[in-house]
Design a protein around this ligand. Structure first.
Ligand code: ARG
Length: 576
């Protein structure tokens, strides 16, 4: 329910409690937070559980609910007269129903400024650092990175709706012994590849080749390690080669991010922390946490989990050490109030260890670090073509999605304007929505038919509903009405209004639980409620006051769908 309604209702109920029960211990804000939105419209628009009150007065909740309802229903109060039609007890709850006129006016006012729909100030003055879609240099992003990318970008957008200052971080995997190996390969074999025209393909091909050959030739790994030593010591030639790898890779990722509409604010690759690792080790040492184990340095973490490896016996630093340095950087320099890591569930232990070490170091802020894990993709056997057999590359999935939509358009709507742009928006929207609609901790089934269906629970279905609203507005031919000429009272209209009123709650819940699927599922519900309204009632051609009021509802629906899609980083095409 819109904050405004909730706050006004809380003010009203709070005053009545003081008046009738002479109790002031239930604070207005606690009361406001306790107000629930009932599942069904029959139970009103808001329900207040009276249990805290009953407890304090040492009386049965239903009794209190009854007394309070009566007091509220008869209150000589301007807000009650204007906005409330009924207050009824139901068990230990007080159910409040607002007048349709009041709600519809509040709703319309709330969508007036399209850029601020549903926003709140939960995170005002706070910084959210979010690490997402952080691929590994020289390797194509695979399907697992799709989740790290789209869930990350959605949570980032959600954070912005809550007023956070958001810093999107690319923790690029740009350091480690593999770059010594790759640099060795480049010096040895580089000329055999077409780096001028196909830089990224060449890089990856070389990477695969090195690993194949290293299986046969046991010397290769040692050669690679030796080159990595040089890189660590700042050898200019190797450094230049490595920099080139990073550049080539970033260009490639940039293309995909561009297609998916993903934007980071900062690239802080693993190499960024190189000159901070010493001080992390020193700090661990000083706190007496560093121990030697078979030549390596570790932090022991008790029986719960294996020790965290800080430095290998050959002196090389590790992924975990860099993550420690990075967490400290995010706290100290980026001033993170909340630090999120969007990484697959397979790295759960890694993050548990890192956060535990931070805690042992005495960093109270370690509790603000969260690994936002997600499940894997599952593919029905044989349904997805892959380039190299094993891994499924993100690029292939994206181009296949666009291609499939192109075909549908050619078949069903060949005269559509801007076909190519729309194929992109719908194909990519389908992929993103298919991912986000599932609770992130669960695995996602990849099924093109379902993802691309215009009728099912899919991105294209939401986009299509948006287009339907838009075409009604176009046919209406005038600017969408900014007020309700007539209050809408049909069941389908009231249901739709009620649902649209909860957009702000949905954004907040989606953010605080880091679950974009809450928003995705909500948008599907809105589409369903809109269809029921649209199928049952005529809009254009009705009496002018009905027509214009229904159009106000259509436009409100459209704005909320557009805002919701945008938050999920999905485009809203203007035609389909
Ligand atoms: N580069 C890693 C991968 O692709 C993900 C990095 C996640 N972020 C982090 N701070 N460890 O698996």
């Amino acid at each position: 329910m819109l904050t405004q309604v909730r706050t006004q209702a809380a003010d009203f109920v709070h005053a009545a409690i003081i008046r009738n029960f002479s109790l002031a211990s239930w604070s207005k804000s606690a009361l406001e937070a306790a107000l629930e939105v009932p599942k069904k419209l029959e139970h009103g628009h808001l329900a207040l559980p009276v249990f805290p009150l009953a407890k304090e007065m040492k009386r049965a909740p239903p009794l209190i609910a009854k007394e309070l309802s009566e007091a509220l229903a008869n209150a000589d109060d301007e807000f009650r007269k204007r906005a409330i039609v009924s207050v009824l007890p139901a068990g230990g709850f007080v159910n409040i129903t607002f007048s349709d006129e009041y709600l519809q006016n509040v709703l319309l006012a709330a969508v007036k400024d399209e850029t601020s729909i549903g926003k709140s100030k939960l995170g005002a003055g706070k910084t959210l650092v979010i690490d997402y879609s952080s691929p590994n240099v020289a390797k194509p992003m695979h399907i697992g990175h799709l989740r790290a990318t789209v869930i990350g970008q959605a949570i980032r957008n959600l954070g912005e709706t809550q007023g956070y200052n958001v810093i999107g971080l690319n923790h690029l995997g740009d350091w480690g012994v593999q770059f010594g190996k790759l640099a060795w390969a480049f010096m040895e074999w580089g000329k055999e590849y077409d780096f001028a025209n196909k830089p990224f393909e060449s890089l990856f091909a070389m990477y695969v080749r090195f690993h194949d050959e290293a299986e046969k030739d046991k010397e290769l790994d040692a050669k690679g390690s030796a080159v990595f030593k040089k890189l660590e010591n700042g050898d200019p030639q190797v450094t230049a080669i490595w920099k080139n790898f990073v550049e080539i890779s970033m260009k490639e990722y940039g293309r995909l991010w561009g297609l998916l509409g993903v934007k980071h604010d900062l690239v802080r690759g693993e190499s960024f922390y190189n000159d901070r690792l010493k001080s992390v080790e020193q700090l661990l040492e000083k706190k007496g946490l560093l121990e030697e184990s078979e030549g390596a340095m570790v932090v022991r973490l008790g029986d719960e989990m294996p020790p965290c490896l800080i430095r290998k016996s050959d002196g090389a630093s590790l992924y975990a050490t860099r993550d420690l340095a990075s967490a400290i950087y995010r706290h100290e320099e980026l001033k993170a109030d909340l630090n999120l890591y969007l990484v697959g569930v397979d790295q759960t232990l890694h993050f548990k260890q890192v956060f535990k070490v931070l805690e042992k170091m005495g960093f109270e802020w370690a509790k603000n670090c969260h690994h936002i894990a997600f499940g894997m993709y599952r593919f029905p056997e044989g349904k997805m073509s892959t380039r190299k057999g094993r891994a499924i590359f993100l690029e292939d999935v994206v181009s296949q999605g666009i291609e499939m939509v192109r075909k549908v358009i050619a078949e069903k709507n060949p005269n559509l304007e801007n076909k190519e742009l729309i194929a992109e928006q719908v194909g990519i929207g389908a992929i993103i929505f298919n991912d986000l609609a599932v609770d992130r901790v669960r695995d996602v089934e990849f099924n093109w038919e379902k993802a691309l269906s215009f009728e099912g629970d899919s991105g294209p279905y939401v986009q299509y509903t948006h287009v339907r609203c838009l075409s009604l507005v176009r046919k209406y031919g005038k600017p969408a009405p900014t007020s309700f000429a007539k209050t809408l009272t049909e069941t389908e209209e009231r249901e739709l209004v009620r649902l649209l009123m909860s957009y702000q709650d949905v954004l907040a819940a989606s953010f605080t639980t880091f679950r974009p699927n809450i928003l995705a599922q909500y948008l599907l519900e809105v589409c369903g409620a809109f269809s029921r309204f649209y199928n049952k009632h005529r809009i254009l051609g009705e009496a002018p006051d009905v027509e214009s009021s229904r159009m106000a509802l259509v436009e409100t629906t459209r704005r909320i769908l557009a805002a919701g899609l945008k938050t999920l980083n999905i485009q809203a095409p203007v035609a389909m």
